[in-house]
Design a protein around this ligand. Structure first.
Ligand code: AMP
Ligand code: MG
Length: 361
């Protein structure tokens, strides 16, 4: 069976040889999966529409769900975007390289297929040595969505890419685990009201500091109900990040921790423990296992106070769920919606098949 070639590199000091090989593949219209600081991306030369079409095909991504274009500098942004204001340039000089994607007006030279036919373009400059060196070696922007099958959790390790796309990629650059574990924050800068289209590692407070104005955050961006009409971002229409198993998200609502734990434990009690998995913070697992025993499969997301660690573990935990054959239903704890917690809750709401909210009293 054909398998993609996998080349291992040091995440911080990738070898020139590996980067050159990858750039050569992109130059000749091939696909390369590579790490960014958020998740692994599936890259194609952004100006080669045939290669970009292959990305959609391999991922089984709907053609109307646009890709993010990755640049290695602010200068390169001008190859893909037009009408960039001074204010945006100043903000990007601070925020880039980093996990922030901006939606701007698309230059006509960029193949429309990259943007799913929209006249806008999403772009970012990734803060990962492998991604940056690869873009520099190619000398052109790389169009890259997350390197997973559409609808599945995004890959935070090369093994996840092999699992989902092994046969469809020409080369996978394996640089261990990605740093943030959730996808970039996406903001819309072309609509009259600047808005967060997808929460990510850069939270609303940081955005306001960097841009000097506030971004609106709709319920859709928080992961509530999918759009049915024309959404501000095509990705909002689709279910995402979902494991194959039934996943119930138990949200905290307005409950304090002890009320929430009672609520969660009472919910779990109504099921046969041997069939259950619980995705939760370390503290919650300690308490639940003390009260309900160890026959539940526990998957630890990280310490309650460290939202960045929870974000980093989220997708591999969702993937691990699918490997637990004896489990038929999984529950997940909700986290606080602050900073990167907004991104975690957006992903969990979209990944879950059911949602229940803790009620006071
Ligand atoms: P992914 O590439 O898998 O990280 O997903 C990229 C996200 O950015 C999707 O939710 C897209 O819908 C969104 N996106 C990309 N380009 C645009 C655009 N031009 N306008 C609005 N949203 C976009
Ligand atoms: Mg994706």
């Amino acid at each position: 069976m054909y398998r993609a070639r996998v080349v291992k590199v040091d995440p911080l000091r990738p070898s020139d040889k590996a980067i050159e090989e990858a750039a050569g593949i992109l130059r000749s219209g091939g696909l390369v999966a590579f790490p960014t600081e958020t998740v692994y991306g599936l890259g194609a030369d952004a100006f080669n529409s045939e290669a970009v079409l292959k990305v959609f095909k391999v991922k089984r991504r709907p053609l109307d769900n646009p890709l993010i274009v990755h640049v290695s500098s602010l200068d390169m942004l001008y190859q893909v975007a037009a009408d960039i204001s001074e204010q945006v340039v100043r903000a990007l000089a601070i925020a880039w390289p980093g996990p922030l994607t901006v939606v701007l007006k698309r230059r006509a030279e960029v193949p429309a297929v990259v943007s799913g036919g929209l006249d806008t373009i999403a772009a970012r400059c990734p803060a990962h040595p492998v991604a940056l060196k690869l873009i520099e070696a190619l000398g052109r922007p790389i169009a890259a969505p997350s390197a997973n099958l559409a609808g599945r959790p995004s890959p935070t390790r090369a093994e996840h890419v092999i699992e989902d796309l092994g046969d469809g990629v020409d080369l996978i650059i394996d640089a261990e685990e990605t740093f943030f574990g959730v996808e970039s924050t996406v903001v819309d800068l072309v609509s009259p009201i600047p808005q967060i289209l997808r929460p990510g590692p850069i939270g609303p407070e940081e955005l306001e500091k960097v841009f000097g104005f506030r971004f609106s955050l709709t319920p859709y961006a928080r992961g509530f109900s999918m759009y049915t009409g024309t959404p501000p971002s095509p990705g909002m229409k689709y279910r995402h990040y979902a494991p194959n198993k039934k996943l119930v998200l138990v949200e905290k609502g307005l409950c304090d921790t002890s009320t929430y734990l009672d609520f969660l434990i009472n919910t779990l009690k109504t099921y046969s423990k041997e069939l259950l998995a619980l995705l939760a913070t370390r503290e919650t697992i300690e308490e639940v296992s003390r009260r309900l025993g160890t026959s539940i499969m526990y998957l630890t997301l990280g310490p309650r106070e460290n939202l960045f660690e929870i974000a980093r573990n989220l997708y591999s935990s969702l993937r691990n769920l699918d490997k637990l054959d004896s489990v038929s239903i999984a529950f997940s704890e909700g986290v606080e919606e602050r900073g990167v917690g907004l991104a975690i809750m957006n992903r969990l709401r979209k990944a879950s098949s059911e949602r229940i909210v803790c009620e006071v009293g």
